[in-house]
Design a protein around this ligand. Sequence first.
Ligand code: CA
Length: 484
Amino acid sequence: MRCLVAMCRRIVVVLVLSIVVALSAAAVRAAERAAHPNILFLIADEFRADCLGVAGHPIVKTPHLDALARSGARFTNAYAASPVCSPDRAVLFTGRYPHINGVTRNNDPFNKGEMALPPLLRHYGYVTGMAGKLHLQDDQSWWDAAWKSVGGGGKEYQTFLNEKMPDFRGRSNTTAAAGTLIQYPAQPVARGPIRVGTSPIPDQWYEEAWLADRAIEFLQRQAGSGKPWLMFLSTLKPHSEFVIPEPYATIYKPADMPLPPTFDPHATEPLGGGRVDGRLFINDPGVLRQVIAHYLGAITMVDHHMGRVLEALQKLGMADSTIVVFTADHGNMLGERDRMFKGVMYEGSARVPLLLRAPGQIEAGTVVDAVCDAGSVMPTLLELAHLPIPQGIQAPSLVQTARGRPAATPTAFSELRERMVRRGPWKLILPYLDKSGKPELYNLADDPQELQNLYGRPEVAAAQRELEAALEKWAAQKPPAVTW
Ligand SMILES: [Ca+2]
């Protein structure tokens, strides 16, 4: 009998000890999670800042991104650090500007010694995954799992599509169903016409859906692993071409699409002139309405699939331990000034959406009007992840700004063919690599369409001097190599 009692006691002690050990392991895991939250980095290519329901767009439906915005901070004056793909993405991943990190044009490599966010996070024990378009020169040290888009050299989606639709010939981004394709302009142009139409691929097999599925697969793998992770989900849409699946191809009616205030159907060149080819100039209102309807449709499609990823994050119990950022590498002029696409410093091209959710760190419903640029994304993520911000990062973290306490005068910088600085209502654009342009100065509070160039006017001399000095100081910065 005594023996039985002793055995029962031993069992109880072992059980209690096991529970204590299990509880402390869970506590340690929770502490680790709190110490280094996961990062879900969502980026959509060529997504205009104003194309969010929560930003007041009168037509487009973006319920999931709106909900994300309301659960954290929305930055209303965020800028691309360069209004084209690779250079802006390089700044997002380094916190250092193009003339410093070396990626000044699409497909440029980084300068030697530059440190990007994914390998830096891996150094701190993060598991890293990516799905979609990178448009940067990465290497094996960046990702634990990568599903690259077809345009980025990935073959897995094409294999998937071939299995689902063996009779489909062409590319998901450009091949339209019979009778739905519009091409503009009609005459041949260097980089091919703009293509607008309905994809024969159903939504659930289109590349954006497939990429979101891969991101969800990654999240499922990481749930309960105890290790922090980074997932970089990067959609090509709403980038051209404008060939998208149903229902998105027809949810917005071209006839209902308002034309931009600065669009002129009688124009023979874009307002302000400048470097254009036949694809960048548009003066046909009927085609432009089709383009806008499909662009907005693509945005709602991106919202839907990013919404599925956010829902998975919630269902897997990781929403409270994950920082979510949503942004774009640049916008699209979408007919403003009779221009299409990007590469210029006007608002449609240079301003981007920036949403940031950090549970317990940034209050839900925060709206930040202070200006900022893509350079701040990396240091902000590092600060929210409780990791040191390496020496050599140029742009400031936005964490204190999101808490209503900006440290310095909020200023945004951008550079490509021109250099741009935005501070308060003022935007200064100066010729840079392309010396043919003219300096421009706008007061966006009075002139949101950027029609009154005030450069050189005596009444704005003080503002002009201040912005010129800020740009000069920024251009002269010599940040040290990044060390960590
Ligand atoms: Ca891009």
